[in-house]
Design a protein around this ligand. Sequence first.
Ligand code: F6R
Length: 365
Amino acid sequence: DKGNHRHFMEKEIYEQPEVISHALSHYVDLASYSIRPDIAGIDFEHLKGLAISACGTAYLSGLVGKYWFERYARLPVEIDVASEFRYRELPLSKDQAALFISQSGETADTLASLRYCKDEGLSIGAVVNVSESTIAREADAVFPILAGPEIGVASTKAFTCQLAVLASLSIAAGRARGRITAEEEREMVRHLSEMPRIMSRVLNSIHDPIEQLSRELSKFRHVLYLGRGTSYPLALEGALKLKEISYIHAEGYAAGELKHGPIALIDETMPVIVIAPHDRFFEKTVSNMQEVAARGGKIIFITDEKGAAASKLETMATIVLPDVAEIIAPMVFSLPIQLLAYHTAVFMGTDVDQPRNLAKSVTVE
Ligand code: F6R
């Protein structure tokens, strides 16, 4: 049932504050603002490293997770798409753990990667939406994302719920490894707990500007997404979402890679979507934007209030989100990216919930 939404994808985008709040209640204790001790399942304290493997959007949530585990827990993460991971003959040892992320829990390549790691004797965690799935059954520890059924082929709420779970796990890992103090944990969990309310506000405030922008975006054939830090996986996710449902050619790049190739493509026919909260990378991303502007490129700037005030560059559009804590920025910034892809596809008249050639669950290699 789509309720009063035109598509399941739209419904699932708007459901995010509610399902994330539900997911978080499984991982955080709101009375003490701490991560629930019983969620562990992985002995983070003694780990030498973490291997993460997944496909598509689930892989991109894992890529955000890599930044978090490394920054907050000083835990080295090896991550790859499952179709490569399973055949790489990656040397692994028993003092590492492996994490597999899958909405369906049935993706063939992800399952094969899991079995590879199991054979190597690693302890296996699964971040899944479908708790009765094969991947959940074969894992030692299951971390449910509790997003509820996701019907739209393009993943939206599963992505942000995966992020919420990975954020919680990275805080738990940081605590276990003595890299986050009890005080910092409380602060981060407080930010997580405020996130659903912030997401609701953002969904309301960006609807009209995004719809307007989508009408313009639907006239282009090529789009480039740029971001740094955790905004880099978001750039990849933005490009994936746009291409799969609107069939507009889109690419995501780390902003610092611009001058190593993609800058050759920049002209007025390929808008550049820059995802840049006012974080410690902001100035660097702005200088990449200047390089785009200097070559006649059109910029769509997705930033926060501080970022909008700090940049003097002319843009085709600027989408302004509230200033939020670093730990929740990837979830909040997912919203404009999803809605932009959604409305652009609606303007193009594509089958948003059932894009051509795609299946919700990829159970063959
Ligand atoms: C993109 C999308 C796919 C899936 C991928 C993995 O919107 O939905 O890229 O993320 O096929 O699927 P799961 O998470 O079920 O393993």
